[in-house]
Design a protein around this ligand. Sequence first.
Ligand SMILES: O=C(O)CCC(=O)C(=O)O
Ligand SMILES: [Fe+2]
Length: 202
Amino acid sequence: MTRLLNGIRHLPGYLDRARQEALVAVIRAVVTEAPLYVPVMPTGKLMSVRMTNCGPLGWVTDKARGYRYQPTHPETGRPWPDMPQQLLDIWDDVSGYDKPPQACLVNFYADDARMGLHQDRDEEDLQAPVVSISLGNSCLFRVGGLNRNDPTLSFKLSSGDVVVLEGEGRLCFHGVDRIHPATSTLLRNGGRINLTLRRVRP
Ligand SMILES: O=C(O)CCC(=O)C(=O)O
Ligand SMILES: [Fe+2]
């Protein structure tokens, strides 16, 4: 376990291969029910990741209404699939938070996708941590401070790693600079899956 900055915890290899495979299987089932879609930022720009969610709420974005949480898939209009027990167990083990997560945002990165530096601040409950799980190809993850221009630190996230953003680190700027192709055999067609577990309402 490595503590970066204040309240950013990196748990390398938290999930062994068997648990990673089991998680990929449940995420495939989520995606069957709630297909991945291309999110649109408030600026009108398309994100390079594809997204879906599970749990009572999901994080969505579009040009008309911007960033928000909602109980339904933006394209199918159906409620998000239930949060798999495996994810609730991981939250219980690493979050140190007494209430369960309400959203799991599923990001799928093709090998050329990335995510710009941002803060996770659309949740009303900022006391709860954000728990992030990486599956598939590794990536170069960047974390900074509370201001966009603060110095940043980059490190590799590999399949099975967990990162917890909590305390002062809860609102740190972070992003994914690049995916390292062919660094994992977990996903047959390459790419990377990131799952973030979030408590939205207090
Ligand atoms: O893919 C990652 O590791 C981070 C994803 C992220 O920051 C987010 O979904 O808000
Ligand atoms: Fe984020």
